[in-house]
Design a binder for this molecule. Sequence first.
Ligand code: FUL
Length: 575
Amino acid sequence: MRNFPILAVAALFLLAACHHVEPYGPVPTQDQLAWQDMDMYAFIHYSMNTYTDQEWGFGNEDPALFNPSDLDCRQWARVCKQAGMKGIIFTAKHHCGFCMWPSAYTEYSVKNAPWKDGKGDVVRELADACREEGLKFAVYLSPWDRNYAEYGQPEYITYFRNQLRELLTNYGDIFEVWFDGANGGDGWYGGANETRRIDKYYYDWPETYRLIRELQPHCVIWGDNANRADLRWVGTEAGNVGETNWSTMPSEGQAGYAMLHYGVEDGDVWCPGETNTSIRPGWFYHETENAHVKSLSKLMDTYYKSVGRNSTLLLNFPVAPNGRIHPTDSLRGIALKKMIDEVFKENLVDKARVSHKGLVTTISFRRPTDFNRFVAEEDIALGQRVKKFTLEALVDGEWQPLTDELAEDGDGLTTIGHRRIICFPTVKASKLRFTIVDTKAEPVIKKIGLYLAPALTADIPNSGEKRSSGLHIFFSSPTQMLMDWDTEQTVTGFRYLPPQDGTNGTITHYTLWGSTNWRDWKKLASGEFSNIVNNPIWQNLTFPATKVRMLKFDADRLASGERMGYDDVEVVTAE
Ligand code: FUL
């Protein structure tokens, strides 16, 4: 039996009566607890894609392209530190297979790039920079490898584990390993240029997990959706987890969106959700997205919907081709940290009287006080217990219910877990009443907080873009969109926003043509919209300025369905 100290400091108390409380249901390991306490850490996406302006490389990109002029891992670490990130997870190998460290098991790595005459090691430089800044370090190693000739065969699994061993033995402590769920499909595969499918047994994850435990016993594993690891994806890359968010999951079986997004109340293992999203629309750097770095209010919203919903926030900063994080992204990240500090700088509960009666906690102020944020934290070391609660404010002698203004599902206030933040419009109240109305076992609340967030007036505008007007759109077939104007235009780009309500009609492979006379068509762009299913954001095509009067957009392949779908398209024209 464990003993838990009953602390009686303001804002830190147990709702349970003063006795030892037994753990209830699945509980986190010490490593899962330490991971959850990190709250926010960074992803860094940087690879060959940075030089080919892609989200997914095909695997045949030339290592000669990797020659950054100014690669500075210390700059990345400094930016992440100032943005409040407690660690960095780095794309040591993305789907293209190019290794950012000089692996002994492949020629497709930095050792054959012109950067530092092939003597460089980005993983090493970043691991060292993290240590200097007091950040933890972790690796993303893509299981899908579009370069490797034997991908799909047992030989590849040996190769993959050899690489994992290199990363987990040569670079100090690793706090997490991230195995991307995107797996199998078309690729270069040593020149085979074909589509390869794999099944869920291919990787034999249990064996790989055993290797990780042996090499890095304190590392947490972010796993695929069928083999339960230490952490789970939250089912979206948009930057939010469910308001109801259980850290428990069934130990076995494929998890669909709902299980990933909300967790499973009666799950038999502890498997908390990690919310991953990028500070820009894409994961890799694209110059066309420089004006689309997320606003401070969007980032705050993401924070409330991840860290404030019993999750962590894994926020991606892409590195630009010069080898540095772009100034817009770094300033925005730092602004996020400043705003979080500002919102949570003073816990008003410290100035109030706190009383408990059963499952009702009342916070009383000497005089009416303004607040707009409520925070509660369960002692999750004892398990996650609270199912439902209410908040009421006493305003001018009347109790008013407070609701979550960021709520999406209308179920009221549900789970708490590691930390729950409820946002509501400012009230001036003399009391706040927090009532736990449904719980799996005696609740153990270790902290409550009330705060007054300042109004967010400082959103930094992104520079505008010029888009064409007077564009007519029609379809000549279920997979071909035609666009024309009344007058000739000089076009330099095309943007496609896939359907936002599901994958039906989402275009994964495309060709875009331009013409001035409907007869002679010039190919302006063709290829793959990588990762469009998991991250259905604006897709940006750029090409040399071309005079056209009409455009033809062919859906060469759809993710599902028969008819191309779109929520919006835009054509970018020259000044
Ligand atoms: C996805 C990948 O396919 C993306 O390229 C990116 O790495 C993201 C974090 O995970 O599944």
